[in-house]
Structure formats: C-alpha cells, structure tokens
Design a protein around this ligand. Structure first.
Ligand code: ARG
Length: 439
C-alpha cells in the first residue's frame, strides 16, 4: 500500500509497525469531511495557479466519485492503508494517475486531520446528538403530559423529604438535557475549522485565498495542528450528558424496585435471568449507568495523552479519535434506548399514593402553618419535630391525635386546620416560588 511519505526510506516498514500505527479502522468516519477538505484544497490550488482548470475539474470529479464509493466500504477489517487520508489519496491516484500527486501541494495530514475531525463534529456528530437529546426530552414531556396530575414523594439524602409534582421531577432531567445541548452548541460555535497550517509552519498560500474558498484562515499554525481542546471539551460535555443519563437510570432502577414500585418498566426494555425465572431486570438502565465510566475514562485518557506533548503535532494525538467517536457512539445509543424506555414507562399510581401517606412528608408544611400563626420559624421547626418524634415513638398518626394532645406541643395548633396539611396536592400547591411557564 502506497504511503504518503516513502521517499526517504530505503527499508520496507515492518508489518508490526504498519499494524500498530494505523488508524483507518476508526478514522474512516472522517472520509466525507476529508473529501470536503480535499475539494476545497483543489479549489485553493487552482486559485494559486498550482492546478489548471482542467486538472481542477478532473480532481474534483474523481474526489466526488470516491465519495460515492467510499460509503459502501468496510474499513474495520483487513484494510491495509494507514489512515483515511492516505486511502483517499491512493484512490485518487488510481483514478487520475500522477495528477493526484499535486493534491499534496502545501498540505499536511496534521492540518487535514484537525480540519476533518472538527467538521465531522460540527456537521454530523454534534447535531445528531442534539437531535437525540431533543427526542428524549420530547418523550419525557409526553410522559409528563400523560401523567399530569401525579405527585410523588420527593427525596433528599434518599429519605422522604416533601411531595413534588412528577412534572417537576422529570422536568429536572429535561432541564439538564437542554443545558447539555446548549453546552454542545457553544463548543461547536467556538470551534474554528481552519486550513493552512501545513505540517506546523503554515503554507506558501496567502490567507486571503483560504478565506475566499470559504474556510477560516489559520491564526496560529502551530496551535492549530497541536490543539485538541475541542476534543476534550466535547468529551467533557458528553461526559456530563452521560452523568445525567446515569442519574436518570439510577432513579428509574430504584423506583422500579419492589420496595418502591413507583414505576413499571416495559418488558421490551428489560432482560431476564438464566437461573431465576421470576426476574425482570433493568439491565438497560444499569448499562447506561455503567457506560458513564467509559465516558470519564475517555476524558481522562485524552487529558492524560495531551498533558506532556511538546509542540506541535505528535502521533499520540491520533488516538483522540477513538475516544471521541466512542463517546459519541455510547451517548447517542444511550439517548436512543432511553427514549424508547421512557415512551413505554408506566406509573403505579396506587403505590405512589400509598407512599404519599407517610406523614413525615408534610412535617415542613406543619412548620409553615405555625409560621403563618406568627411562631418564629426555628421554634415552629422544633415543635413540628417534637410532634413527629412523638408520633414515631407512639406509632400514632399526627392528624389522628386529639386536639388536647396537639395543644401540648403548641396552643397554636388547631386539629381541624392541620388535617388538610397532610395532603400532597395541598402541599405542592402551597409552594409558590417556582416560576412556571404559562400553559
Ligand atoms: N492518522 C494521523 C492522525 O490521525 C494523521 C496524521 C499523521 N501525520 C503524521 N505526520 N504522521 O493523527
């Protein structure tokens, strides 16, 4: 297989080196974007007089036809070429002969690879991921819509805290996901897709000519070929998505357990056990939780790989693409499978209602009740705490206690008034600080 750098070598490359250094089994994903860069480069070369207009159209036609053929090819097995850039160059040579050699004028893979990777992220991977996020948000919104009036026990420290609307609980995940999508948008906007860095020192072609071909001219060529901040930023944004999805997965795992029994995960999204016939396991959710570790691993791997690299390009950087692609793949698969799972999720209203009978959920409402009667908050907190302690110790419900008993805790407590406090709808409605979008 023809290399782009054979000239100074007398010896043939050891096959172990070829195998070890190649990246085509993953960087084939950049084909479309490397071709786009090549077509732009051809136009630039024509402008500079390196190519005649006939040569330009011959090269363009050949590159376009490579683009059509390449989609069908499997690069994951037994591909001899070093990387996708070399493959395209070799294919071009098969089509146009030695004219293909002119394409390498004022060009380096160090520049090409950054160009193609950025374009792949900007035009394909980020928008695809944002659309997968949108689908999940839509599925959650629909689930909320179908279960509008559900109120759930809310938790802090995994202990009963206060009742909350299901729309707020699930809406929290929608907010996280929207932030995630914005984060990706900003990263994408910040990413400058440049050409003209050459190997590291720039090229003899004027910056204006790059700009006239609709690419950004390089500002600092050394930085341009050495910079993988964009990869680290993207993987870190994807790690945050994975962390959010993992928290959602964890909540759903807990809520689907027999002990909670708040939700029913559809059988189509569960798996069984080869030994215990009764089992219906939330493996999908467990894998979503588990994969977040892969994302963090990819992030740490990139940060570690970059931290000691001298300027400018070093081959270590080739490994960025495995971390980047695997992060995109994992998170988009997670989003897709969670969208399916959410669409079929059912709530066990009777069970949730049972959980809402726990009087501890309304202890804070009792405090506010006393505050409204001009008891200082901390004192009201103390009174409600003592009352709750008494109810625990004596296994008696607070709202069942006689007026005489209640008076012992505070003479402000009127039984008739407090019974209505132990009500989820009353509790959530009394929280006015949440600015709700107008329906
Ligand atoms: N496949 C390489 C990469 O992804 C392309 C750049 C190789 N450049 C070089 N000077 N060897 O980083």
């Amino acid at each position: 297989m023809k290399k782009l750098w054979g000239g100074r070598f007398k010896k043939k490359t050891n096959p172990l080196v070829e195998e070890f250094t190649k990246s085509i089994h993953y960087d084939y994903k950049l084909a479309k974007y490397d071709l786009a860069g090549s077509i732009t480069h051809v136009k630039i070369l024509e402008k500079c007089g390196y190519l005649t207009s006939d040569e330009t159209s011959e090269l363009e036609t050949a590159l376009e036809s490579i683009g059509k053929e390449i989609g069908k090819k499997d690069f994951t097995q037994n591909e001899k070429c070093e990387d996708i850039h070399t493959y395209i160059q070799n294919e071009l040579q098969k089509k146009v002969g030695n004219l293909a050699l002119k394409l390498q004028t004022a060009r380096s893979r160090n520049d090409q690879v950054v160009f193609a990777t950025k374009l792949y992220c900007k035009e394909e991977a980020i928008p695809d991921l944002q659309s997968a996020i949108k689908h999940l948000v839509k599925a959650i919104d629909k689930l909320v819509d179908e279960n509008k009036n559900i109120i759930l026990p809310g938790f802090t420290h995994m202990q009963h805290a206060q009742p909350v609307y299901l729309k707020d609980y699930l809406g929290a995940y929608c907010d996280m996901l929207k932030r995630d999508s914005n984060r990706l948008k900003y990263i994408s906007q910040n990413m400058k897709v440049t050409l003209g860095a050459g190997a590291l020192a720039g090229t003899p072609i004027k910056a204006d000519i790059y700009e006239a071909a609709d690419v950004e001219a390089v500002i600092n060529s050394i930085d341009s070929v050495s910079d993988r901040d964009f990869v680290i930023e993207i993987i870190s944004a994807l790690s945050i998505v994975a962390m959010h999805l993992s928290r959602l997965a964890e909540d759903l795992i807990i809520y689907s357990s027999k002990e909670f029994d708040f939700i029913e995960i559809d059988e189509a999204f569960c798996t069984g056990s080869s030994l215990m016939p009764q089992k219906k396991n939330p493996d999908v959710l467990e894998l979503v939780r588990g994969y977040s570790g892969r994302l963090y691993g990819n992030l740490v791997s990139m940060l570690t790989m970059m931290k000691g690299l001298p300027l400018s390009y070093n081959r270590d950087m080739q490994l960025d693409k495995e971390s980047l692609f695997s992060s995109f793949e994992i998170v988009s698969q997670e989003l897709e499978v969670l969208t399916g799972l959410i669409k079929t999720l059912k709530f066990n209203k009777a069970k949730i209602k049972e959980h809402l009978e726990d009087e501890s959920l309304y202890a804070t409402d009792l405090v506010y009740y006393l505050v409204d009667k001009e008891v200082p908050f901390a004192q009201a907190h103390e009174i409600a705490g003592e009352l709750y302690r008494y109810s625990l110790d004596n296994k008696l419900g607070i709202k069942g206690l006689p007026q005489k008993k209640l008076k012992k805790f505070s003479d402000k407590i009127v039984k008739k008034e407090i019974v209505r406090l132990f009500n989820p709808a009353f509790s959530v409605r009394s929280k006015k600080s949440i600015k709700r979008a107008k329906a």
